[in-house]
Design a protein around this ligand. Structure first.
Ligand code: GLA
Length: 638
């Protein structure tokens, strides 16, 4: 357990934070007074303001009006609340788009969009970069040392790619830097002799992607994803720099979106002071619900793992989300469950979108703490107030972070490479869901896991679970081997170790980099149609299970066989192997399996490695997590 005071989101506000997005500019002042009263009733102590306020703060170019923030930051501070202040770059004002059309985003069809919606800006536009920096400077100068300011919230949900000529130029510059200005190196890394794709001038390189451009050069598509993710980070760094300089004591974050595929959030680790994310699982009584709680748990664990310190659930809905096909309401008690689940996994609070429900426009039906039907006495408001009271009771957990013995690897670049690969099945390969299925077995047993990517340090763990580790980035095979030799246990699976960081296939001769640690060498992969199954039999768990989608056929290179296929022409070939190296052990699972196998494998590993469980046996559907002085018991069943 880590009780380091620097683990607080902000040591000046060492409590659990409760509140949400507050958009007072949509309301007259009388409503503000009522809002402030209700916030006290609901136990709300943290409000995010300014997210979409650009036109209020700068109604015409160079004319600023910070009066609503002046007044409300003062009044909120006076009643003991603190403010998360956003920079408004997610939605530039119409006057700016009219005067400087280059700030608008260009779509994959290479057509520049018109003003509107949000996150509709050109990431490469020097004008927009200057404007966002200027606004951040003004905000930092005015509020940077305000006593109520607890956290800077830079922009909102960064995302998406830009296809402007400016961005294409930036992409080419990025490639020149990556390949030392040597086009031959790029051509070799991208295997461009294929289909006559050799580039002879840098300017021939187009942004790849469906449906208008190149998709067949996987090294290029991968680098485009890397570039776009890096370009967004660079945009954030440009915008947040004035905050760092002028307001050095206030931590900085940006709200993220789970495992949002276009942005490799691991790359932000050294650039945000705390991680925050927006979680909107669907709340139905459908069997999917159980699945969703595992998914949310997995993502919370990832957000704690990013910095090995508490994170913040900065947005969630108090009732329902209007962008789901149907706005199912949270069932009674689910709201408390969701908030406590976040805190148990390491969130230092629970926050909502949004405080007061809008009357008009896109989000008028989105759930809010204060709804169209009112506040006090409504089911939603009372449940929120109950959470507020509970957070105060357990405020001691703030800043506390438990360490894990198990880490699951979920790696963005690996997902990008798997998605783009044309084979063994086309398109999405189900990597995330497979990671969840491995994770689930530990979750069911109340064993806390970290979720890391393959660039992180493996040495703090007893067990690394790395399913479908298709891409081996430099040194990963060596580091996994060293981890096992030093006494660690590694579990990996089919489709692992097949390509390098440029998506070039790694030859699987004797020098295949995972052979030493796994004691096997994959020869062929049989990909199945969704309805096809192959029986498998193992020495662990119930003995027989079904495999689906991917069946690797492997050659033994020293590993012991714990299970075999029981069907197809590869019947009796290894399905599950175990190999000892140095002081450690590795397991290889050659096929995608049904959940029962993941569950039995997790049970076997928990017993064999005597992994720490938060509590003894719990009833079906109940999990436990320890954090600080508390054990959280969570019943995710109806
Ligand atoms: C995101 C945004 C919010 C709001 C919510 C609605 O999380 O950050 O501004 O639009 O979605 O669910």
């Amino acid at each position: 357990m880590n009780m380091n005071p620097s683990n607080f989101l902000n040591p000046k506000f060492p409590s659990l934070w409760h509140g949400g997005d507050y958009n007072p500019e949509q309301w007259p002042k009388e409503v503000w007074t009522e809002d402030l009263r209700l916030m006290k009733v609901a136990g709300v102590n943290a409000l995010t303001m300014g997210v979409f306020s650009w036109v209020t703060l700068e109604p015409a170019e160079g004319e600023y009006d910070f009066s609503f923030l002046d007044e409300l930051m003062g009044r909120l501070g006076d009643q003991g609340a603190h403010v998360i202040l956003a920079t408004p770059s997610a939605a530039p004002p119409a006057w700016m788009a009219k005067k400087y059309p280059e700030i608008l985003r260009t779509g994959p069809d290479r057509v520049r969009r018109l003003h509107g919606n949000r996150v509709n800006y050109n990431l490469a536009s020097p004008i927009y970069r200057a404007k966002t920096r200027e606004m951040a400077t003004k905000l930092a100068e005015r509020f940077g040392d305000h006593p109520a300011l607890a956290l800077w919230h830079v922009s909102n949900e960064y995302g998406g790619e830009d296809y402007s000529e400016q961005t294409r130029g930036a992409f080419i510059d990025w490639l020149k830097a990556k390949f030392d200005g040597d086009l031959d190196k790029l051509n070799a890394a991208y295997w461009t002799a294929f289909w006559s794709h050799c580039y002879t001038e840098w300017d021939q390189i187009e942004i790849p992607g469906q449906p208008y451009s190149e998709t067949s050069i996987h090294g290029l598509t991968l680098d485009w994803r890397r570039f776009s993710s890096a370009q967004t980070l660079d945009f954030y760094l440009n915008e947040s720099e004035p905050l760092r300089q002028l307001s050095p004591d206030v931590p900085i974050t940006t709200n993220m979106m789970g495992t949002f595929e276009p942005l490799d959030y691991w790359k932000w680790k050294d650039h945000v002071d705390c991680f925050t994310w927006d979680s909107y699982p669907c709340f139905t009584d459908h069997p999917m619900e159980t699945h969703d709680w595992v998914k949310v748990a997995f993502i919370h664990d990832m957000y704690r793992s990013f910095k090995q310190k508490p994170f913040l659930l900065i947005e969630s809905t108090p009732s329902s989300s209007n962008w789901y096909p149907a706005m199912r309401l949270k069932r009674p008690g689910v709201h408390m469950f969701e908030c406590m689940q976040a805190v148990a996994h390491g969130s230092d609070g629970a926050m909502y979108f949004q405080w007061r429900q809008s009357r008009g426009s896109q989000e008028k039906w989105h759930g809010a703490v204060v709804g169209h039907a009112g506040a006090e006495g409504t089911r939603v408001f009372e449940e929120v107030a109950e959470v507020g009271a509970r957070l105060m009771e357990i405020a001691e957990v703030a800043g506390q972070c438990e360490s894990s013995e198990v880490a699951c690897i979920y790696d963005w670049e690996n997902q990008w490479a798997l998605r783009d690969s044309c084979g063994p099945i086309v398109g999405e390969k189900g990597y995330f869901l497979e990671c969840l299925d491995y994770y689930r077995g530990f979750w069911e047993r109340s064993v806390q896991c970290d979720v890391i990517d393959s660039d992180q340090d493996f040495s703090p763990y007893k067990l690394i679970v790395a399913p479908m580790l298709y891409m081996l980035k430099p040194d990963v095979a060596e580091r996994l081997t060293a981890f096992v030799e030093a006494g660690g246990t590694l579990v990996t699976s089919y489709l692992s170790g097949l390509v390098d960081e440029n998506d070039l296939v790694i030859p699987r001769g004797e020098s295949w980099p995972l052979e030493r640690v796994l004691g096997i060498n994959p020869e062929e992969i049989d990909a199945l149609y969704p309805d096809e199954r192959v029986r498998i039999q193992t020495q662990i768990g119930s003995g027989t299970y079904m495999a689906s989608r991917f069946c690797d056929i492997v050659r033994l290179r020293g590993a012991e066989v714990l299970g075999t296929y029981a069907g197809e022409f590869y019947a009796w070939k290894p399905f599950l192997t175990r190999h000892e190296l140095g002081r450690g052990t590795s397991y290889y699972v050659a096929a995608r399996t049904e959940r029962a196998f993941h569950d039995d494998l997790a049970g076997h590993l928990v017993a064999e490695l005597q992994l720490k469980r938060a509590t003894g046996e719990t009833p079906q559907g109940v999990r436990a997590i320890n954090r600080g002085p508390f054990t959280f018991l969570m019943n995710s069943t109806a």
